[in-house]
Design a protein around this ligand. Structure first.
Ligand code: SAM
Length: 238
């Protein structure tokens, strides 16, 4: 937790927050903080700044906060990701959030097992928790939007054209295509496949929607590795 993320409900006065639970534990056990100490805090979907501990007790801590800095600008990317298996989903949501992605669409694909859609980790509250962890890690406050689309073809044909309008459209695919561009300097919609990869039909459908296939060289990477490589290659300065 590189940032203590605050929510409106934490405020007991215009500049004092009262925290308990996971954030209190972190302040006590990791920061080993005492009254007077300043910690980096941020308001969810708001500014970043500092909080000075005013009182610290067993069950709660109070901080006086000043939030004067903007959250870091996000890379202008919309990520379309074939739903990962549940074991990986939590981690990947955290990584996506920490990388600054603000719009994530989890889609079905031929090689996504149907049972993956049943995981409780897709519940709104659970996704929110994983996003919080990603924001705390990256010192960001802007919550990403996550959309779930369980049918590939209707999504690609009916929704994707508007979603990716005006952006560079790329599908990461290890076979064929061209080398993934570097520092593109414009908005991008990027599609990443499932562990087994997109099938030829899906790549074709994405191409019909204006997507261009890009690769990262001969090494086939796991989704959680390909993701940060692609994002930082496309947007190195974010
Ligand atoms: N056997 C699968 C295939 O050939 O497509 C491998 C899929 S890979 C584990 C999962 C996803 O990560 C891919 O669908 C792609 O989006 C991305 N990926 C992994 N390595 C890549 C590479 N070298 N170039 C482009 N994309 C890659």
């Amino acid at each position: 937790m590189n940032l203590i993320l605050l929510q409106e409900a934490d405020f007991i006065s215009p500049d004092i927050v009262r925290l308990s639970g996971r954030r209190l534990e972190h302040i006590v056990n990791v920061h080993r903080a005492k009254p007077g100490r300043q910690l980096r805090v941020g308001l969810l979907d708001g500014n970043i700044g500092y909080g000075q501990i005013t009182t610290l007790a067993d069950q709660q801590v109070e901080l006086r906060v000043e939030l004067s800095k903007n959250a870091p600008p996000p890379p202008p990317i919309t990520l379309i990701l074939a739903l990962p298996r549940p074991k990986m989903l939590k981690r990947i949501i955290q990584h996506v959030t920490a990388l600054g992605v603000k719009k994530l669409v989890l889609i079905n694909s031929y090689r996504v097992e149907k049972s993956y859609w049943q995981t409780p980790w897709l519940e709104e509250e659970k996704l929110f928790e994983q996003c919080l962890l990603g924001l705390e890690q990256a010192v960001d406050t802007q919550m990403p939007e996550i959309l779930l689309r369980k049918r590939f073809k209707p999504f690609v044909e009916d929704e994707l054209p508007e979603l990716c309008q005006g952006s560079q459209k790329l599908v990461a695919h290890p076979v064929g295509g061209t080398a993934c561009p570097v520092d593109i300097g414009e908005a991008c919609t990027l599609a990443i496949g499932p562990e087994g990869g997109f099938i030829a039909y899906e790549v074709e459908k994405l191409k019909e929607a204006g997507f261009h296939s890009v690769h990262l060289g001969p090494r086939i990477l796991r989704v959680e590795t390909a993701l940060p490589v692609l994002v930082s290659r496309l947007f190195p300065s974010y």
